[in-house]
Design a protein around this ligand. Structure first.
Ligand SMILES: C[S@@+](CC[C@H](N)C(=O)[O-])C[C@H]1O[C@@H](n2cnc3c(N)ncnc32)[C@H](O)[C@@H]1O
Length: 276
């Protein structure tokens, strides 16, 4: 397949390729212009990702890396999960990316969205669930309207993750987890969601790209919310550990992009120990 859309005349495609390969294209102010152009013209998802030329760069970057890993390990299908769906803006984007990445890589990608459907459940009762920023019932979903917009690729799982995640792991029909977007913000919901990586019978790639939506900003810290849930999983679990995605800014066109700080990786240490 052509790397730049086939409807663009050949000489322009050739020129565009040469230009994109130069240092000049990656210099300000050209990179902003290139990003704008790549966000509207039909180019491969890998190129869109490299230039942050998409609505949710962390979703696309994580998904692509899951697909590359699946190809490398000869895994035919993966699951991409969004924890915290609300009105479905993120889930619809994840679905769109999954479809494009599947088309380009051949890795079958099922999408799962977890939400109560009624907004936040009761908070845990202290600072750990950020009552300064979140309330029970906040972010309710119009479930019927969202279901109408989702394709058969995506499964919406309604219920509190304290229950729905153990059910999901027990029902082992889904492909191994390849990518997780976690947008719960509270400690207790994130803790319960992360069980998808630690419960007996869990199915995951050896390295699962993850993005966390609520770790950067004045109010977020390591003693509450998503960061506390990550630390707790790491302290209690010997087989799977979540760590920041080290060196992620290298080779990026926009190495200063804030979303890069939200990217983590869940490493399946047990599987890595057995790797050939
Ligand atoms: C910030 S919103 C998600 C926004 C969405 N990711 C987006 O990009 O548009 C957080 C969502 O998490 C859901 N949620 C919080 N705790 C939950 C739990 N324990 N189980 C299931 N859903 C939960 C809430 O219902 C809320 O809709």
């Amino acid at each position: 397949m052509n790397r730049i859309g086939k409807f663009v005349p050949k000489f322009i495609r050739r020129w565009a390729h040469r230009f994109l390969a130069t240092e000049l294209a990656r210099e300000p102010p050209f990179r902003l212009l290139v990003k704008k152009v790549l966000s509207v013209v039909p180019v491969p998802m890998q190129m869109k990702s490299r230039w942050d030329a998409c609505a949710r760069p962390p979703y696309l970057f994580g998904l692509l890396h899951a697909a590359y890993q699946a190809i490398d390990k000869k895994v035919p299908a993966i699951s991409a999960i969004e924890f915290g769906v609300a009105d479905g803006e993120g889930l619809l984007i994840l679905e769109e990316y999954a479809s494009a990445v599947e088309r380009e890589t051949g890795v079958i990608t099922k999408v799962y969205g977890f939400d109560t459907g009624k907004g936040y459940p009761e908070l845990c009762g202290d600072y750990r669930d950020h009552p300064d920023m979140l309330n029970p019932g906040q972010y309710p979903m119009d479930e019927a309207a969202l279901r109408q917009r989702l394709s058969s690729r995506t499964t919406l799982i309604i219920g509190d993750v304290a229950q729905s995640v153990p059910d999901f792991v027990r029902d082992s029909r889904h492909p191994p987890v390849g990518f997780i977007a976690c947008d719960f913000a509270t400690y207790s919901s994130t803790r319960d969601a992360l069980q998808v990586l630690s419960l007996p019978g869990k199915r995951m790639l050896m390295k699962v790209p993850m993005c966390f939506g609520n770790i950067a900003g004045l109010g977020w810290h390591q003693f509450a919310g998503e960061l506390l849930a990550i630390a707790e999983l790491n302290a209690k679990n010997h087989n799977v550990k979540i760590d920041q995605w080290h060196g992620i800014s290298s080779w990026r066109v926009f190495p200063e992009a804030p979303w890069l700080q939200s990217m983590y990786v869940a490493h399946d240490l047990e599987a890595i120990s057995k790797a050939q």
